[in-house]
Design a protein around this ligand. Structure first.
Ligand SMILES: Nc1ncnc2c1ncn2[C@@H]1O[C@H](COP(=O)(O)OP(=O)(O)OP(=O)(O)O)[C@@H](O)[C@H]1O
Length: 334
């Protein structure tokens, strides 16, 4: 059965290389690395020196002087900077297996199901440059379904929506393969950007990347805990009116309308995917419902909107943020 996922030859480690976060799983040892996918370089693009990687770079976002450059190796789920990806992979693998010189580990790496040949090629090049040996790419929705404990290999359809930071993917899986897929190149990061744009345009107020993400998490927290939509979120940044550092208080209710537009794109994608299904798979999904995985599955409004739009049962998988990594871990053990 393992050849459905990773072909022949047993890999040593698995990498969930995400737009926001990367997890590395080592055979027989579990998840040994889980840090933001970020690199910080000093100097110009050519000949620049790597000064920090991973968790330490998160706090540096929007706080660097002109001498430092923060780079995300991935954008919208796929590689956007091969040099940064190579440096990041070296750091992630070394942190997982120790500081010794890297031997050519065999690895499996998660990739969006709809990644193009060029996008896959760029990832393989970066992995090769990082010193990894043979690398196989695994479709992230398959890994997420395996990690969520869905019945991957039965003659029975299961539907997963993997809600990440840079990409949101839906897939219907049966007999170890993806029978139908759909994706949006956008996710939690797009929600952060929408909140930031709203504050900019409506309130003439500028916030940084980390603040926008915190506002989103505060909003989700208020809604999850059924606090009133009147509850206010205090946001600190720079007023474009006064030019000064200020704090504004904005009601949760006002911000819900901002993320509704992003969520509508996800429900449209889910609906379009359901409309393509052969009737037996439709029947299966009617029975089992839809499972949400990925960090952005924490946004309860996503699940509620899909349930309202389709009438189907929607469940958030256990340990939803780690399902791709857990699925890759299971694939290593096959
Ligand atoms: N409690 C939460 N509330 C709202 N959003 C959250 C919460 N926890 C995590 N997220 C969001 O989940 C996203 C990260 O999810 P995840 O780690 O699955 O993404 P990724 O694997 O890096 O991205 P991708 O698979 O799209 O490349 C971020 O946008 C983050 O803000």
């Amino acid at each position: 059965m393992r050849k459905f996922l990773i072909g022949s030859g047993k890999p040593d480690l698995a990498i969930d290389f995400g737009t926001a976060n990367t997890r590395v799983v080592v055979c027989n040892a579990g998840v040994l690395f889980d840090e933001p996918s970020l690199c910080c370089f000093a100097g110009e693009a050519s000949g620049s020196e790597l000064v920090a990687v991973g968790a330490s770079v998160k706090a540096m976002l929007n706080r660097t002087s002109g001498a430092l450059r923060i780079v995300r190796p991935l954008h919208r789920g796929v590689l956007s900077d091969i040099a940064a990806a190579r440096e990041f992979l070296v750091y992630a693998v070394r942190s997982s297996v120790g500081q010794r010189r890297l031997r050519p580990f065999r690895a499996i790496i998660g990739v969006p199901a709809d990644a193009t040949v060029a996008e896959r090629g760029a990832l393989l090049t970066a992995a090769n440059d990082a010193g990894l040996g043979s690398v196989e790419l695994v479709a992230e929705p398959l890994a997420a379904a395996l990690g969520a404990g869905l019945p991957l290999y039965r003659p029975e359809g299961s539907m997963i929506v993997e809600c990440g930071a840079g990409v949101t993917e839906a897939a219907v899986i049966s007999l170890g393969g993806m029978c139908a897929t759909a994706s949006i190149r956008g996710g939690g990061n797009a929600l952060d950007a929408a909140l930031s744009d709203y504050l900019h345009i409506r309130h003439k107020f500028l916030v940084g990347t980390n603040t926008a993400e915190r506002v989103k998490r505060d909003l989700v927290n208020i809604l999850e805990n059924e606090l009133s939509e009147q509850a206010e979120i205090v946001i600190k940044g720079r007023s474009l009116v006064s030019g000064l550092p200020e704090a504004v208080a904005i009601s949760a209710g006002e911000l819900i309308s901002v993320i509704d537009k992003q969520i509508a794109a996800v429900t449209r994608m889910v609906r379009n995917l359901l409309a393509q299904l052969p009737p037996e798979l439709s029947r299966d999904i009617h029975g089992s419902g839809i499972f949400l995985t990925g960090g952005s599955a924490a946004i309860g409004l996503v699940g509620k909107a899909i349930a309202n739009d389709t009438g189907l049962q929607v469940s958030v998988a256990n340990d939803h943020a780690n399902c791709v990594a857990l699925g890759l871990q299971k694939a290593l053990a096959f």
